[in-house]
Structure formats: structure tokens, C-alpha cells
Design a binder for this molecule. Structure first.
Ligand SMILES: NC(=O)C1=CN([C@@H]2O[C@H](COP(=O)(O)OP(=O)(O)OC[C@H]3O[C@@H](n4cnc5c(N)ncnc54)[C@H](O)[C@@H]3O)[C@@H](O)[C@H]2O)C=CC1
Ligand SMILES: O=C(O)[C@@H]1CCC=N1
Length: 293
């Protein structure tokens, strides 16, 4: 799964165009892993200068709060990381178009936005790396799906793999499968947190303190994930080992089945993928309108 890559970004400069939660997860992961010096990282957002100062205080990165400093960072950084919401991406790419040099690498974190739409909005076959990361990149345990445009050079590819390997696991996939990655691991932490919320609330209803229910749930989720990874056994086999015939776990699993747990999970992920594609189409339509205007 993980392709090998060098351990440092050297003096490569990075510009986070959009500095919200996903951008912070990645920049924090890169800085904690000592992959880059914070002075090589510029952050910008639409208008929240206080947020940029907070990122500067916390990580030592460079804030670009004025129009001039934003333009300068976008013109000069080696890598531009698109970290805005999908709905803001068409306008952001239209503003980026006149500033970019053909050799700057564009790395997108944006759900649904295709390489083709990025290139249409930029008006040229810019090297583009499309990714679908997740917020666990913050602690180096991210899971990122990644694909590359034709204009990406072997050096760009290595650079992108180095960045995302530093913050977790990387799966190189064909672009149409990025939506599936979105469904499984991009949005996946939220499903797990949702499960944890339900387990904790049930524990509290049964009389545990919230703190005890939280600690027991966290350790259970951590231990279960670690068991799959360290034993190499598949989750189904491990589940069966917990489930004694006619025992307590079987009673619980049969109850989950009565509520169509597996089907619910399957439908949730299918809907997530559909939504990613819908959002991608909406941005593509905006791109077409912008070109006709
Ligand atoms: N949050 C998550 O778990 C994941 C998010 N993503 C993708 O990451 C992207 C960002 O998501 P979040 O960080 O959650 O959003 P967020 O709302 O926390 O951050 C978005 C940032 O973009 C900035 N922005 C918007 N338009 C801009 C412009 N024209 N110029 C400069 N900055 C601009 C906003 O000011 C804000 O700082 C989205 O496209 C999302 O699909 C991908 C995987 C996981
Ligand atoms: O909810 C979203 O649209 C983003 C993409 C994956 C996780 N969060």
C-alpha cells in the first residue's frame, strides 16, 4: 500500500490555500513529523486573520492575511494545497489561474472536485495531485487515497507521497475510486465517532459514569483496530472469537441485525459516494458557466 518515499521535503515551500480543519490536520502532521520547517509553510483563508495568527502561534507557520501576501505566496510556493470547501473551490481556482506557473504542483484535498475540473478552471494541464485524506492525519494516523494527473512528474509524485506518508497510510488509486475512498476513510472517522457516541450514551444509561463509559469505549475501539492490524486476522474472524454461541455478544449482534446494521452502513457509504459525485458535478457546472461568462 505505502509506496516508499524520501523522509524530508527539504526546502520545498507549501502554501495552504484554505486553512481550516483538514489543512491544519495535514500541516500539523507534517511539522510534528519534522518533514518540513514551519517557515516553509504559508497559510491563508478568506478573511479570518485571527485563525491565521493562531496557526502561526501554534505551529510557527507563516500567515498570509493581506491580498498582496496571498498573491505572493500563491505565485511563489512550490506546492499549492487546495483546502477550501467544495462550494468555494471554483472561485478560488479562478483567482489562482493568473498567478500560477506551469511547474507549481497543485494538491487538492477537496471532496468531489476532479482533476479535469481543476484543469478546466486553471485553463491548462497543471500538474495536479488529487487526494482524499482524513483528519487522523493530525496524529500521523491518517488514511489518504491519492491519484495523479498526467502532467505530474516522477519528482512531484514522490513529493506528494512523501507528504502524505508522513501523516499516515497512503493508497494510490485510479481517480474514479477516490469517491470510494471518501466513503470508507475520508468520512470514516465520523462513523467511528458516531458509533462511540452511541456506545458511551448506552453505557451512561446503564449507570456508568460518562468518564468511565468514554474510557472503556476508547480503549475498546483502539484495541479492536490494533488487533486487526497486529494479528492480521480479518475483522469477521475476530468478531466470531468474541461471539460465544448463545452468549451475550450474539444477543447484541442479533439485535444490531434486527436494525439492519450492516445494510445501514453499506447504504451510508453508498450515499456518501453519491454525494461526493454530486458535489463534483456541481463544481464542474460552475466551471462550465465560468468559462461561458
Ligand atoms: N474535514 C474533513 O474531515 C475532510 C475534509 N476534506 C476536504 O477538505 C476541504 C476543507 O474541509 P475543512 O477543512 O473541513 O473545511 P473548513 O471550513 O474547516 O476550512 C475551509 C477553509 O477554506 C478557506 N477558504 C474558502 N474560500 C477561500 C478562498 N477563496 N481563499 C482562501 N481560503 C478560502 C476558509 O476560510 C477556511 O479556512 C473540503 O474541500 C473537504 O471536502 C477532505 C477529507 C476530510
Ligand atoms: O464531509 C465532507 O464533505 C468532508 C469530505 C470527507 C470528510 N469530510
Amino acid at each position: 500500500m505505502n509506496e516508499s518515499s524520501p523522509s524530508s521535503l527539504g526546502g520545498i515551500t507549501l502554501c495552504f490555500y484554505g486553512a481550516g480543519s483538514m489543512a491544519e490536520a495535514i500541516l500539523r502532521g507534517l511539522i510534528d513529523a519534522k518533514l518540513t520547517n514551519p517557515s516553509n509553510v504559508t497559510v491563508m483563508n478568506r478573511q479570518n486573520a485571527e485563525r491565521l495568527l493562531q496557526l502561526q502561534r501554534q505551529y510557527g507557520v507563516i500567515p498570509a492575511a493581506t491580498d498582496a501576501s496571498k498573491e505572493d505566496a500563491l505565485r511563489t510556493s512550490d506546492v499549492i494545497i487546495l483546502g477550501m470547501k467544495p462550494k468555494d473551490s471554483a472561485n478560488a481556482l479562478i483567482s489562482l489561474k493568473p498567478l500560477l506557473r506551469p511547474d507549481q504542483l497543485v494538491v487538492s484535498l477537496i471532496a468531489g472536485l476532479t482533476i479535469d475540473t481543476i484543469q478546466q478552471l486553471l485553463g491548462r494541464p497543471q500538474p495536479v495531485v488529487r487526494t482524499m485524506p482524513n483528519t487522523s492525519s493530525t496524529i500521523g494516523l491518517g488514511a489518504t487515497g491519492i491519484c495523479f494527473s498526467d502532467a505530474v512528474t516522477p519528482e512531484h509524485r514522490e513529493l506528494a507521497l512523501t507528504m502524505f506518508n508522513a501523516v499516515g497510510l497512503v493508497a494510490v488509486v485510479d481517480e474514479p475510486l477516490i469517491a470510494a475512498v471518501n466513503g470508507v476513510s475520508g468520512s470514516g472517522p465520523a462513523y467511528v465517532y458516531y458509533l462511540m457516541e452511541a456506545m458511551i450514551d448506552a453505557g451512561v444509561k446503564l449507570g456508568l459514569t460518562r468518564e468511565a463509559a468514554l474510557q472503556l469505549t476508547v480503549q475498546t475501539v483502539k484495541g479492536a483496530a490494533e488487533m486487526v492490524q497486529s494479528t492480521g486476522e480479518n475483522p469477521g474472524d475476530l468478531r466470531r472469537k468474541v461471539t460465544s454461541p448463545n452468549g451475550t455478544t450474539e444477543a447484541a449482534i442479533l439485535t444490531l441485525d434486527r436494525f439492519s446494521f450492516q445494510e445501514g452502513m453499506n447504504q451510508a457509504i453508498v450515499r456518501c459516494v453519491e454525494r461526493a459525485n454530486e458535489m463534483g458535478e456541481a463544481i464542474r457546472d460552475e466551471a462550465i458557466k465560468a468559462q461561458q461568462a
